[in-house]
Design a protein around this ligand. Sequence first.
Ligand SMILES: C=C(O[C@@H]1C=C(C(=O)O)C=C[C@H]1O)C(=O)O
Length: 367
Amino acid sequence: MEFELDILPLSVWLPHQEAAIIAGPCSAETEEQLVATCLQLKDLGVSALRAGIWKPRTRPGNFEGHGEIALPWVQTVKKLVDLPFAIEVATPQHIELALKYGVDILWIGARTTVNPFNVQDLADALQGVDVPVMIKNPVNPDLALWIGAIERIHKAGVRKIAAIHRGFSSLQESKYRNPPNWQIPLELKRIFPHLPLLCDPSHITGDRKMVAKVAQKALDLNYDGLMIETHITPDKAWSDAKQQVTPSELEEMIHSFNFRKQKTDDIEFNNRLDELRKQIDELDRELVEILATRMYLVEQIGEYKRENNISIFQIERWDEIFRTRPQWAEKMKLNKELIQEIYKLIHVESIRKQTEVMSQIPEKIKA
Ligand SMILES: C=C(O[C@@H]1C=C(C(=O)O)C=C[C@H]1O)C(=O)O
C-alpha cells in the first residue's frame, strides 16, 4: 500500500458496546415519521441514527428525498434523542448543508464511491473539517475503487473513517439484492487492519427476512458494526420498503445476536487452536508442493505439445477434469463449487505456463 492509514478507533467517535449499530429509516419522509422512528430506537442501545435526505435513485420518478427541507427534522430528533445522526452526502453542497444543520456523521454512498472525480470533490470539501466519514463500497465489485475513495478522504485529513460493506451489483441471478462478495471487504481489512468495518445487511439482502442472518454473519467475521434500515411502518415506506424492519424487530434481532470476541486468554483454547493450526500448516505445505508438481507436469506437456505442434487448450481433457474433480469432491463431502473455482484458477495458470513454454525457443535449436 502507498501509505498506512492513520485513523482513530471507532469507539472514539461512535461509542458502542460489542458492535456499533446505526439504525433509522431509508429516507426521511415526514418529520412525524422520522421522529416516531427515532424515538422508538432511543432505548434499544443503538449507537447512532440514520436517514436519507438526498436519495440517489436508479430511475427518475421515484422519491429522491426532501433535501434541505428535511434537515430541520434531524435537528428536532437530536433534541429528543441523545444520539449522533448520520446522513449520506454526494456533493460538496450536501456536506455544507449537513454541517450547517449539525449532522454528526456523513457517509459516501455506493454510487458516489465509483466516481473518483466525485469523491475528490467531497474530499476537497472535507479539508479541515472534523466530521466522521463512512465510505460505502462502490456498486461494482472493485476493491481498488473502494480503497481509492478511502485514501482520498484520508488525504483530506479526515481521521474518523469507517468502511461500510453494502454488497455489490451483479449480473448473475442471486437471492441477494446486492451479493456480498465477502472476500472483498475481508481483503480490505487485510490491507487496512485498523480501518473500522461496518456491514449494511439491508442493502445486501434487500429483504427484511434475511437481514438478521447476514448481520450475524458479519458479526461472526468480526465486523465492528452494522447499519440497519428501520422504519415505524416499513410496508408504507417511500423507498426500500421490502428491506426495512420495525424498531421492535430490530430490538429482537439485537437480542438474538451472538457477539464474537476476536481473541481469548483461555490457555486451553489457545493451545488447542495452535495444535490444529500446526496441522493446517503441514497440510498447506503439502498442498503447495502438490500444486508445484502438477505445474511441473503441465510444463512438460507444454514442451511435448510444442515439439509436436499441438494446441495448448484441450477442450475434451479440460471438460473431463472439470466434471470429475467436483464429483470426487462431493464424495468427500467437500463443496463442489469450491473445487470448480479452484480448478478454473489452476487451468488458467496451466494455460499461462504452457503459453510461456510455447514461446520459448527449444534448447536443441538454440544450441
Ligand atoms: C495440461 C494440459 O493442457 C491444458 C491444461 C489442463 C490442465 O491443467 O489439466 C488440461 C487441458 C489443457 O487445456 C493437457 O492438455 O493435458
